[in-house]
Ligand binder design. Structure first.
Ligand code: ADP
Length: 432
């Protein structure tokens, strides 16, 4: 991971890790005051947030509106999509007292963007089922600003960010030792604060803080050192983005259930553990990750929940206890590998930052003076699946060693991607 991080920072295209510049060089620290808004587009849900901050480390008031994006808008025109988004914000602002001057908006846009400044960037390509041809290459912040103006709203995008950057911002708001953020939900990604002089591909980059948040796009990480099983290859073949997002396909919620399904399918083909009622195991994505989690977490002595899931979802009736145990074991192994790989990725970031305890010299500190390090983390898989969380936490301690691990905290930042974007809107509206 560290080798690839260096390569991605050295040149564009130098690694499968894109290591994208975010132009975020200042993070919230608790001194922000006022009312800010954010729009979060690109996750499972589209969300509009209103965040009132002040009085130090307090979020006074928070209002969230959440709704799915209508399917037809994901394949329509740029104008229709951004008008929909702007109207949702207008709804949220309904009944608000008018404020003097423009209001600042953080726009969490979780698609690959080539950032030009903290508040502008052009779409590289759509992902996650969106395909609106005329948006590619356009400045998405400008598209939203135009739609907001058309709706008669005096609101302007002051921070255009990726969801991980929002998570890092909220983590930093609560705790200034937060140096990185990781999301493990349907997909996975990470960002961290890099020194500008280490960003070789952008020489002469100057920031007030001497640092900048780098969006790693780590879901696309790949290395010949990663052991790939036949099931990983089968899974990759099934996806529309073959040969891409290799790390994500081993780790995130969109895929874990499917990896287990592929293993069980092979078992059904090569043995009679499932009798002759295992046809449904040949259906791709029939086993979702929440089901895999429910199987792994069934602690009843006769694995009755596993029996029910096999019956209802996989149409396998009457699997004997021995077979049910085997299914639990497969789900356990898939979960454990994912969690341990994610932990290894986090240690990669800590190593790059000189905070993994391996070289006191690189952190500029003498031995015996460890630095506290916080990594903000969120996402449905980490937050909703306790066994995954346990395995990840356990692996982190195992790799770092107990002494170093004592100084490393993973901190869950609920709704970080949205709230963090509003906080970044605050930081970047007042000082530039
Ligand atoms: P997104 O990443 O899509 O924006 P989330 O962070 O909420 O949204 O992650 C949702 C994903 O997390 C789901 O697709 C699912 O795979 C996984 N997930 C959610 N809840 C659970 C759970 N209880 N057990 C296992 N996986 C879960």
């Amino acid at each position: 991971m560290v080798v690839e991080m260096h390569a991605g920072l050295a040149s564009d295209g130098g690694s499968k890790l894109k290591m994208l510049l975010t132009f975020v060089d200042a993070l919230p620290n608790g001194n922000e005051e006022g009312i800010y808004y954010s729009i979060d587009l690109g996750g499972t849900n589209f969300r509009v947030l209103r965040v009132e901050v002040g009085a130090g480390f307090v979020i006074i008031n928070q209002k969230v509106q959440q709704q799915p994006i209508p399917e037809e808008l994901t394949k329509g025109t740029t104008e229709d999509l951004f008008n929909f988004v702007a109207l949702a914000l207008k709804d949220c602002l309904e009944g608000e007292d008018g404020q003097d001057g423009k209001r600042a908006l953080g726009f969490t846009f979780s698609f690959p963007v080539r950032q030009i400044s903290v508040s502008s960037g052009s779409l590289i390509r759509w992902t996650k089922g969106f395909s609106i041809g005329d948006t590619v290459g356009k400045d998405v912040a400008q598209c939203l600003n135009e739609a907001l103006a058309n709706c008669g709203l005096n609101v302007r995008v002051t921070a255009l960010v990726n969801d991980t950057v929002g998570t890092l911002a909220l983590g930093h708001y609560y705790d200034e030792d937060t140096v990185a953020a990781v999301i493990i939900g349907s997909g996975t990604n990470a960002c961290y604060i890099e020194r500008t002089d280490a960003i070789i591909k952008c020489q002469g980059l100057l920031t007030n803080s001497g640092g900048m948040v780098v969006n790693m796009e780590w879901g696309n990480f790949w290395s010949s050192h990663l052991p790939r099983t036949p099931y990983d290859i089968l899974l990759d073949d099934e996806t529309h983005n073959r040969n891409d997002q290799g790390f994500e396909k081993m780790i995130s919620g969109m895929y874990l259930g499917e990896i287990a399904r592929l293993v069980l399918h092979r078992m059904a083909q090569e043995s009679d553990v499932f009798g002759d009622a295992a046809d449904s195991l040949s259906n791709p994505f029939i086993l979702s990750t929440p089901l895999l989690a429910a199987i792994r977490e069934d602690d009843s002595p006769d694995l009755s929940k596993v029996r029910r899931i096999l019956q209802e979802h996989l149409k396998i009736p009457d699997a004997p206890l021995k077979t049910r145990r085997l299914v639990v074991k497969v789900c356990d192994i898939v979960t454990r590998r994912a969690a341990r790989l994610a932990a290894a990725g986090i240690v990669g970031i800590l190593k790059k930052l000189g905070r993994d305890g391996s070289g006191a010299a690189s952190s500029g500190r003498a031995r015996g003076q460890p630095r506290r390090t916080v990594v903000a983390i969120e996402g449905g898989l980490y937050q909703g699946y306790p066994v995954f969380r346990e395995y990840l936490d356990e692996a982190l301690v195992e790799i770092l060693g107990e002494e170093v691990a004592q100084n490393v905290t993973l901190r869950v930042t609920e709704d970080g991607s949205g709230i963090g974007a509003a906080l970044l809107a605050a930081v970047h509206s007042s000082n530039r």
